[in-house]
Design a protein around this ligand. Structure first.
Ligand code: MG
Length: 376
């Protein structure tokens, strides 16, 4: 299939709000390709390989990590972007970067660090992803961070409190004036949910934490189950699950493309700025699939993410992160020298932010190793 030209409502370099620090154009790459390449070469991206998605890294080699999750999000995002004539490299860049700010140990890690930071402005992994690409990556001589394009940064910052938005300048404005982000950003957000809803079924089933019977109570799953069982009676479990999951992904992605096309026909935006001003997101599911998708997400929350076996691990990682936070807050010199130096002058709030940056950057196994080190 030949790629169609970009639609008028796609993000384009010509209409971009550009980079924070001006740079000469690359000779052989577009600006969004360049962003994607910078993300892939970042330190934070490489660390995703040892960060938890749902299962802590050492629980098994086959489970998704944050790296493989991000790749699956990007893969789905690219397909949908091309089908909707949107910018493929921008969509890919946003998808690959969306979890760069995630803590070790998945949501348990995020919640624990947020609790530690309660008196110091809190911790939110989505905001941290922006902080990583804007400030924390130290790679370029001329500027802090990766100096990404506005549209990439806009897509990375999926949600944000008003209080934080006020401090973020251009990229925070939409949370204050209630406008939408570009379509590539809306798309990346949906593809994140499509990816985890589906791969968590796979991982949860493999781990034996959710059963086929439970999954069959989910309409999204059961529709495909019945189809596969009818066509391939007696198919062994592993192949059965995979057939169902790939069909589920196909069904929701098809629905997403078709519903979004319909929304775009209706709203007929002629530029990315008209998308931003549309008053509602234009990328979305039909009511029926949206509801089934929401039910599956809810099911995974109550049956997988908060499974007793997972809660045990949650308690363990809470202790690890709390101990690390307390130790470094009390003695910044127990962190590596560049963090110790950054935390040395400044009030408690500034010190806590440096400690949070250090902890959030850790991989699962590094956090365990640091915990053993500080515990003697
Ligand atoms: Mg994600």
């Amino acid at each position: 299939m030949h790629a169609a030209p970009l639609a008028p409502y796609a993000a384009t370099e010509a209409r971009s709000k550009g980079r924070r620090y001006e740079e000469p154009d690359a000779r052989y790459r577009g600006q969004y390709q360049r962003d994607r390449d910078r993300i892939i070469h970042s330190t934070a991206f490489r660390r995703l390989v040892y960060k938890t998605q749902v299962f802590v890294n050492h629980e098994g080699d086959l489970y998704r990590t944050r790296l493989t999750h991000s790749l699956e999000v990007a893969q789905i995002g690219r397909s949908v972007a091309v089908a909707l004539q949107l910018s493929e490299p921008l969509t890919e860049a946003i998808c690959l970067a969306h979890d760069l700010g995630h803590t070790p140990f998945g949501h348990a890690g995020q919640d624990t660090l947020n609790a530690c930071m309660r008196d110091y402005g809190g911790f939110e992994h989505n905001l941290q992803s922006l902080r990583v690409v804007d400030e924390l990556e130290a790679k370029y001589a001329d500027f802090p961070g990766l100096n990404l394009m506005f549209e990439t940064r806009e897509g990375i910052l999926k949600h944000c409190s008003k209080k934080n938005a006020k401090m973020l300048g251009d990229v925070g404005e939409r949370f204050l004036n209630r406008t939408q982000p570009g379509l590539e950003a809306q798309l990346a957000d949906m593809c994140d949910a499509i990816a985890y809803n589906n791969h968590d079924v796979d991982d949860g089933y493999r781990a034996g934490l959710i059963s086929l019977e439970q999954l069959r109570e989910q309409p999204l799953f059961d529709t495909q189950y019945r189809e596969v069982a009818r066509r391939y009676p007696g198919l062994e479990d592993r192949r059965l699950i995979y057939e169902i999951i790939r069909r589920m992904i196909n069904a929701v992605v098809t629905d997403l493309i078709e519903t979004t096309k319909h929304n775009l026909d209706e709203a007929a935006p002629e530029s990315i700025d008209e998308v931003r001003a549309a008053g509602r997101p234009l990328v979305g599911f039909s009511a029926e699939i949206g509801e089934q998708h929401r039910l599956l997400k809810q099911f995974l929350h109550s049956h997988l993410y908060s499974h007793e076996q997972k809660l045990e691990m949650t308690r363990k990682v809470q202790t690890v992160l709390r101990d690390l936070f307390e130790t470094f807050m009390n003695d910044v010199n127990r962190m590596p020298s560049e963090f110790a130096a950054a935390a040395a002058d400044g009030d408690d709030t500034a010190r806590a932010r440096v400690v949070a940056d250090y902890i959030a950057g850790m991989t699962d196994r590094y956090a365990f190793a640091e915990h053993s080190r500080i515990s003697g």
